[in-house]
Design a protein around this ligand. Structure first.
Ligand code: 13P
Ligand code: SF4
Length: 308
């Protein structure tokens, strides 16, 4: 059983041998982020998966992200180091839910957050991530009903910013839904000069904005970019705490305070360095999407990666 540095070296060696690229989400464990070629948010990872020339993509993230990579780049072998790395939000909606709405709204437009299974994406007109949802929705035709699935907090945020009326599916991420304004008040009082960065999946949505109207609603990558460029030295952060590793690494002179220090996505944390190693060694677990589903989902995903 190898540990730490030896394991990381072995991962890098196997990566070259396999002509593989390692893509990691910002919620991944620090040691996994450190062996990655690219760390980013859902949108950045989808784009990187689309453009890579490597033959193998080791996806350090959750299942829907690996599926997205496989759909956007069907020539490549996509590996997910642990198939149990799922997503409570993606699990909240079934294709039947979308079909039922479509049956009632034959001229309707379905906007699917990227945190969905491939079968749901295949029924969508366009996919979005937290980084481009506002921009994508604001470009949609004015005269047709729109169904935004599955995250109701992100959907409410998009409706508020765009002024569009959206039908919302009542889905949520258990990690972000648990981040609420009661955790926030004391922190903002202790750090009066801090800026407040909030992921739009958070359950506090309007409550947090009431406490701090100049809060910045951002994707994980948006948070890193914003913190690097901002004048402020302190930031209160509402999202999964894996992001703190990147924030501290990329803006080491600044201080970050999580609203909920136990906001941890156990699915993201299933990917350990040892599983990344085994994934490369044994070429497992291959994530494939049948072409009849992938073909339809691809249109919606290609529309997504083109915006923002
Ligand atoms: P980002 O696209 O902002 O990285 O978010 C992904 C996610 O799963 C949020 O919980
Ligand atoms: Fe899914 Fe929530 Fe985990 Fe993101 S944090 S992967 S939305 S369960």
């Amino acid at each position: 059983r190898m540990r730490g540095e030896a394991l990381a070296q072995e991962v890098l060696r196997l990566k070259r041998e396999r002509n593989a690229v390692i893509l990691a989400h910002s919620y991944q464990l620090p040691e996994v982020q450190e062996v990655a070629d690219f760390v980013g948010d859902s949108l950045g990872l989808a784009r990187e998966a689309q453009r890579t020339r490597a033959e193998v993509i080791v996806f350090c993230g959750v299942h829907f992200m690996a599926e997205t990579a496989a759909i956007l780049n069907p020539e490549k072998t996509v590996l997910l180091p642990d198939l149990e790395a799922g997503c409570s939000l993606a699990d909240s909606i079934r294709p039947e839910d979308v079909l039922a709405w479509k049956a009632k709204h034959p001229d309707g437009i379905v906007v699917a957050y990227v945190n969905t299974k491939a079968e749901v994406k295949a029924l969508a007109d366009v996919c979005v991530t937290s980084a481009n949802a506002v921009e994508v929705v604001s470009r949609l035709p004015q005269d047709r009903p729109i169904y935004f699935v599955p995250d109701m907090f992100l959907g409410a945020h998009v409706a508020r910013v765009t002024g569009r009326r959206l039908d919302l599916f009542p889905g949520e991420c258990h990690v972000h839904a648990g981040i609420r304004e009661e955790h926030l008040k004391a922190l903002l009082e202790a750090h009066p000069g801090a800026e407040f960065l909030i992921h739009p999946e958070c359950g506090c949505g309007s409550g947090c904005l009431y406490l701090k109207p100049d809060a910045k609603m951002l994707s994980t990558e948006g948070m890193v970019r914003y913190a690097k460029g901002a004048e402020a030295r302190e930031f209160v952060v509402a999202t999964e705490v894996g992001i703190l590793h990147r924030l501290k690494k990329e803006a080491p002179e600044k201080a970050f305070f999580p609203v909920k220090p136990d906001a941890v996505c156990e699915y993201m944390k299933r990917i350990t360095l040892e599983k990344v190693y085994l994934s490369l060694k044994e070429m497992r677990h291959v994530v494939r999407v049948p072409e009849e589903v992938a073909g339809r989902a691809r249109r919606a995903l290609e529309a997504m990666v083109a915006v923002g």
